[in-house]
Design a binder for this molecule. Structure first.
Ligand code: GLN
Length: 488
């Protein structure tokens, strides 16, 4: 007689398509298993687990038509509004906020029958790369508890890595899905800007904010993407020509990665990504993967240049903080946000609510963003950053469109998952350097994915994320399906 809890647990380590096809798949048991694990909250991945809500939803799915996501438990970063369920952005200022509506992307997944089991931990207002700076404590890395889970969507990455759900949602403004995915050894997909609605996703930097997906496999990310992408009349920045990904092409690559999909395909290796901060282990995984692709798939490797990419980090931190300073001005205790102040005059009231409601990093960014937008500094900072962003974007299009390079392959992060203690001792600027490889494609608004590459060094297995950048989701996910096969 098989132990049903162990068997159910095993199902969680595979993709949901395989799990569902198994005779052992019992939706109620799978859900209970996930809820138990989420409630145990071993790595503090969850801010809130919604057990009763999830059970009711599962009951309601019985009347829904079959869909690959029907009955599949998933978790959502606490940055997405969920009707009647606290949504905190991991901030004290929103600690008691209960949204009156659900974010479009979450609603689409629920409409397909996926079961939301909880809201995951993050850096406050999605500002950070460690899931250390939130009002609900830090999320530890399930692969190694002495390491950070990465951020800002660390809770969502850890939830998939610890196998308390099959997939999860995060937000990626400058790398917050790809970076924690890379640290936690899971797939992290950031679609292009505007392909998925931002309606109900609490804003950080509106021109950069993108909804992203964590999963065990690339194909799962593709299925989730197909379910939630599309034009939304509640978000005027969604594109009008969003197409879903053709899964059959991913399936044929899964069956045989050598179908010729990459034969003579140009893969660019940007020379500017060989930065001083790059760790040796990352370089060797990158180089060995390049060689693997050349040898195994016939891909044509070209060393290319993205000349303005060296300005990406500073450009990003000007634009993101400027937009954040504007977006976060609504949290004053009157219009939005907790009221702690009893002060009578308006300015003191705002000041106290905001000073006590926001954490240190958020306050720092509001100040620097306000500075970049101030009358005297606007031209030198914000306007210049906008102009530089255009040049950075043009670099990508020049390679990926004009020069026929189909992919850019880069590391996702300069180092493997950082030690928790070392990370907390870093200065803000040292922390910002962790985003060096993820912000350029965010500024350009194009798809990028982090794929875990399994390495086997002296008998010890570990994973390091490599990033694949392309101009469209179909190409990005096809390439990533090949990358998933790399074994070093
Ligand atoms: N680490 C980056 C930042 O702090 C990216 C965050 C994100 O993508 N939300 O801004």
């Amino acid at each position: 007689m098989p132990n049903s809890s162990i068997e159910t647990g095993k199902l969680l380590s595979t993709c949901f398509l395989k799990a569902k096809a198994s005779p052992l798949f019992q939706p109620e048991q799978v859900l209970s298993h996930c809820l138990r694990k989420a409630e145990e909250n071993k790595y503090n991945a969850y801010i809130k687990v919604c057990s009763e809500y999830a059970k009711t939803k599962l009951h309601q799915t019985q009347s829904k038509p079959e869909h690959p996501l029907r009955g599949i438990p998933f978790a959502v970063k606490d940055a997405f509004c969920t009707e009647g369920i606290n949504t905190t952005m991991a901030s004290n200022i929103l600690r008691d906020y209960i949204p009156p509506y659900t974010a479009t992307v979450v609603k689409k997944l629920e409409d397909a029958g996926a079961i939301m089991i909880g809201k995951t931990n993050m850096d406050e207002f999605a500002m950070g790369s460690g899931t250390i700076f939130g009002a609900f404590g830090e999320t530890r890395n399930p692969l190694d508890e002495t390491k950070i889970s990465g951020g800002s969507s660390g809770g969502s990455a850890a939830a998939v890595a610890e196998e308390s759900c099959f997939f999860s949602l995060g937000t990626d403004t400058g790398g917050s899905v790809r970076l924690p995915a890379s640290y936690c050894g899971v797939v992290g997909f950031k679609p292009s800007y505007g392909s998925c609605s931002r309606y109900g996703m609490i804003s950080y930097g509106s021109s950069l904010d993108t909804c992203g997906i964590f999963s065990k496999t690339v194909k799962e990310s593709a299925i989730v993407y197909n379910t939630m992408c599309g034009t939304d009349y509640n978000d005027s920045t969604t594109k009008i020509d969003v197409t879903t990904v053709d899964l059959s092409s991913l399936e044929s690559i899964e069956k045989d990665f050598n179908t010729g999909i990459l034969k003579n395909t140009k893969i660019g290796i940007p020379l500017e990504y060989f930065v001083d901060e790059l760790n040796d282990d990352i370089v060797s995984v990158w180089e060995e993967t390049i060689k693997w692709l050349q040898d195994q798939t016939g891909a044509q490797i070209e060393y290319v240049s993205l000349p303005h990419t060296k300005y990406a980090l500073s450009t990003y931190y000007v634009i993101a903080t400027a937009e954040a300073s504007s977006n976060l001005s609504r949290y004053d205790g009157l219009r939005y946000g907790n009221k702690v102040s009893k002060k009578q005059d308006l300015l003191s009231y705002y000041l106290q609510n905001r000073t006590e409601g926001f954490g240190k990093e958020v306050l720092r960014r509001i100040v620097s963003g306000t500075f970049a937008l101030s009358v005297d500094k606007y031209d030198t900072f914000f306007k210049k950053a906008q102009q530089t962003r255009r040049l950075i974007t043009n670099d990508f299009y020049q390679l990926l469109q004009d020069q026929g390079i189909k992919y850019l392959l880069t590391p996702c992060t300069p180092t493997p998952a950082l030690d928790r203690d070392a990370f907390t001792k870093m200065s803000p600027v040292e922390m910002y350097v962790n985003d060096i490889f993820t912000v350029p494609s965010s500024l350009a608004g194009i798809p990028a994915i982090s794929v875990p590459i399994e390495i086997n060094s002296k008998g010890t297995k570990s994973k390091i994320g490599l990033q694949l950048i392309a101009l469209d989701e179909q190409s990005c996910l096809e390439g990533a399906t090949v990358l998933e096969k790399v074994k070093l």
